[in-house]
Design a protein. Structure first.
Length: 159
């Protein structure tokens, strides 16, 4: 009986989309988002990186891949020189948590932002569920008020 159970487990592991995925492989998928999509503007690689049924779980609503990538294009449009980097990446099973930072000059329009010519520096945190070599779910947070303040679109905090 044990032999049958072990054989079944090994068979399922071999055909599972997550079989052979290591923490480093999952980090490499996450890294591609920052390097290829945000820094290089190569949005066509999204189909290689994200699952077709990808869901970004926003604060007020969930969005699919098209709307998620439209937002990424909006950031690149508003900040054509955008540079992002991974400050810290932690893996827990299928979940990859990334503390990231970015900066750029707001010389374009996108995501509802007018061109201000001002430089933005910020950071955020993203949690992705990566399975089968693809990003399947996302949860992200970043300080949107601070962005508006740095761009001069909202008053700075009182001192």
């Amino acid at each position: 009986m044990r032999k049958v159970a072990l054989s079944a487990f090994l068979l399922l592991a071999a055909i599972s989309p997550a079989a052979g995925e290591t923490a480093e492989k999952r980090k490499a998928v996450a890294r591609r988002v920052f390097v290829e999509i945000f820094n290089q503007g190569r949005f066509e690689v999204a189909n290689e990186i994200y699952a077709k049924d990808f869901v970004n779980h926003g604060v007020t609503r969930d969005v699919g891949l098209k709307e998620d990538q439209d937002a990424a294009r909006g950031w690149r449009s508003a900040f054509p020189d955008l540079r992002t980097k991974i400050d810290k990446a932690l893996v827990d099973g299928e979940f990859v948590t990334v503390l990231w930072s970015g900066e750029g000059t707001n010389t374009g329009e996108g995501n509802g932002l007018p061109a201000t010519g001002k430089t933005l520096k910020g950071r955020g945190i993203t949690i992705w569920r990566i399975s089968g070599g693809k990003i399947r779910e996302e949860w992200s947070e970043f300080d949107q008020l601070r962005i508006l303040q740095q761009l001069g679109l909202m008053p700075p905090p009182e001192k």
